[in-house]
Ligand binder design. Structure first.
Ligand code: ACM
Ligand code: ZN
Length: 466
C-alpha cells in the first residue's frame, strides 16, 4: 500500500486505511461545526467512497475543497483516510513584479489560481520601481503618462530595442483584489520607497534632491536617484498617493519597500543635511529610518501595518512592535536583534526563495530544504519573482513553477511532516492542472541540475548577457 496521498502542500495529520473504494467526488457532505475548528482548519474523512468534510469557517471549507480537487485530479485510487489539517504559517506568499516586465490581468489571474490550488494566501504586488510605475493614479496623472513607459529595456546587457509600457487601471486592481478575495488571498501592494523610484522621479523631478529631469530607468541595478528625504513636499506627495491607493486594497498590510537605498544624493543635498540636523540624526542610515518611520506612522493612522525589506533595519530606528520586516538578504545580526525585540517578519531568503534566479543556482531541492521553524515572530514565507530577466509569462511560468510549490509546502506543512521524495513524487500530479491553466512549469528533469553542472552554469550565468 502506498502510504502517502497525492497532495501539495501535504496535510499535517493523515491517517490512511487499507480499504480503497470508488469515490464520488461530486457528493460531498459538508458539515459546519460551530467554533470547533480554527479559521483555516478542516477535516476530511473518506470512508467506503463517501466524503465528509468538517470545518467551522469558510476558509477551512475552501482549503478542504482544494485538497479534494487535488485528490480527484490526481486520477489515483484514493484509499479511505482521515485528514486533519491546518497551516503552519499565516503568510504563504508569492510576489510578482510587473514593473520590469509588465503582466496582464489574465496572466496574473493564472498565477493566482495556481497559488490558491497550493493553499497560498498572500499575493505581494510590487507596483512601483525604477523601471515603471504600474498603478493608475488620478491625482498624479504623470505617474502614468510618464512613469508607466520606458523607451527601451537593457537589462543584463540585452537590448530589447523597443519601448515598454503598462499600468493597471484602478478598475483592474479592484478586479484582481476581488478575484483574490474569492480565493482567500490577501493582496499586499508595494510602493517601493525612497529608493527604486526613478519612474516617480521621471514623472515629478521636483521630488528628488537635484530636481533634474531623468528618464524612466531602462537598466537593472541599484540607482542613486531616490526621493529627497529633506523636502516636506515629498512627504505630502506620498501621503496623497497613499490616500488614493489604500482604499483599493483591503489588506491589513501595506509594503513600502525600503531596500537598496544609496545615500549619494542625500549626502550632497542641502535639504537632506538640514533634516539630519533638525531631527538630531547621526547619519544617513538614520535619515532613511526617519523617512520610513514617517510613512509607516501615516499608514498606521489608516489602520495599516507597514511592511519593509530588511535593509531598513540598518537605520536602528524601526519600531519592532508596529512594523513587519521582509527578510531577503544580509543583516543577520540586525535581524536577530529585531526578532529579540519582538519584531515580526516574513522570510524570503535570497538563496532559497528568489524564483527569478536560475535552477542551477536555486534548485528545487534547495528551495524545499529551507527549514522554517514556527516561532511567534515568523509570520511565514514568500517567494519573489523579480522580472528583470523574466520577459514574458512563459518564462515566469518556467521560473516560478515548480519552485512556488516548495514554498507553498514550507508555508503550510510543519517541518516534521515534510519529505522531499514525497513532494517530488506528488509534483507530477500537479503538472496537468498547471498546464490546463496555461502555465508551463520547468521540466522535473531540469529542476535539480547536478553539482558540477550547477557550478559551471552559475559561473557562465554571472559572466553572460541575460
Ligand atoms: C530586493 O530584492 N531588492 C528586495
Ligand atoms: Zn535631498
Amino acid at each position: 500500500m502506498k502510504n502517502n496521498l497525492p497532495l501539495i502542500p501535504y496535510p499535517n495529520e493523515v491517517k490512511i486505511f487499507e480499504n480503497k473504494s470508488d469515490i464520488n467526488f461530486s457528493e460531498i457532505s459538508f458539515e459546519r461545526q460551530e467554533n470547533n475548528f480554527e479559521k483555516d482548519e478542516y477535516e476530511i474523512e473518506i470512508k467506503k467512497g463517501k466524503i465528509t468534510v468538517n470545518f467551522s469557517e469558510k476558509q477551512g471549507k475552501f482549503y478542504a475543497k482544494k485538497t479534494l480537487e487535488q485528490l480527484k485530479n490526481s486520477g489515483e485510487k484514493i484509499p479511505d483516510c482521515i485528514i486533519k489539517d491546518k497551516p503552519q504559517f499565516s503568510h504563504r506568499g508569492f510576489m510578482l513584479d510587473p514593473c520590469r516586465h509588465f503582466l496582464t490581468v489574465d496572466e496574473i489571474k493564472k498565477v493566482i489560481d495556481a497559488a490558491a490550488y497550493l493553499k497560498m494566501n498572500v499575493f505581494h504586488f510590487h507596483l512601483s520601481d525604477d523601471q515603471g510605475f504600474r498603478i493608475e493614479s488620478k491625482k498624479f496623472p504623470l505617474l502614468n503618462e510618464v512613469g508607466s513607459h520606458r523607451k527601451n529595456s537593457l537589462f543584463g546587457g540585452t537590448n530589447e530595442g523597443k519601448p515598454h509600457s503598462g499600468f493597471f487601471t484602478q478598475e483592474e486592481i479592484r478586479d484582481i483584489v476581488s478575484y483574490c478575495e474569492e480565493r482567500y488571498i490577501d493582496v499586499i501592494p508595494e510602493i517601493d520607497l525612497p529608493g527604486h523610484t526613478m519612474a516617480i522621479i521621471a514623472s515629478y523631478p521636483e521630488l528628488s534632491c537635484e530636481k533634474k529631469q531623468i528618464d524612466v530607468c531602462m537598466k537593472h541595478g541599484i540607482f542613486d536617484d531616490i526621493l529627497c528625504a529633506g523636502n516636506e513636499k515629498v512627504y505630502e506627495f506620498i501621503f496623497e498617493l497613499l490616500d488614493e491607493i489604500i482604499p483599493l486594497f483591503p489588506s491589513e498590510y501595506f509594503h513600502i519597500g525600503g531596500d537598496e537605498v544609496p545615500k549619494t544624493k542625500w549626502k550632497n543635498c542641502e535639504d537632506c543635511r538640514k533634516k539630519i540636523k533638525e531631527e538630531n540624526l547621526e547619519n544617513f542610515h538614520q535619515l532613511q529610518g526617519y523617512f520610513m518611520n514617517r510613512i509607516a506612522e501615516y499608514l498606521r493612522t489608516k489602520n495599516k501595518t507597514p511592511i519593509m525589506w530588511n535593509d531598513t533595519l540598518k537605520s536602528g530606528k524601526i519600531n519592532p512592535e508596529a512594523t513587519v520586516i521582509q527578510h531577503w538578504l544580509h543583516n543577520k545580526k540586525i535581524m536577530e536583534n529585531f526578532i529579540k525585540d519582538g519584531g515580526k517578519y516574513i522570510e524570503s531568503d535570497f538563496f532559497h526563495f528568489y524564483s527569478d534566479y536560475p535552477y542551477h543556482m536555486t534548485p528545487l531541492k534547495k528551495v524545499y530544504s529551507f527549514s522554517a521553524e514556527k516561532t511567534k515572530n515568523l509570520l511565514g514565507v514568500e517567494t519573489p519573482a523579480w522580472s528583470e530577466y523574466i520577459r514574458d509569462f512563459n518564462k515566469l511560468s518556467f521560473m516560478l513553477f515548480p519552485r512556488i510549490c516548495a514554498v507553498a509546502e514550507i508555508g503550510w506543512t510543519k517541518n516534521e511532516n515534510k519529505s522531499y521524495n514525497r513532494f517530488y513524487e506528488n509534483l507530477k500530479n500537479l503538472y496537468p492542472y498547471f498546464k490546463s491553466k496555461g502555465i508551463n512549469p520547468a521540466d522535473l528533469e531540469y529542476v535539480n541540475p547536478n553539482p558540477l553542472k550547477r557550478l559551471v552554469c552559475t559561473i557562465k550565468y554571472w559572466c553572460s548577457k541575460r
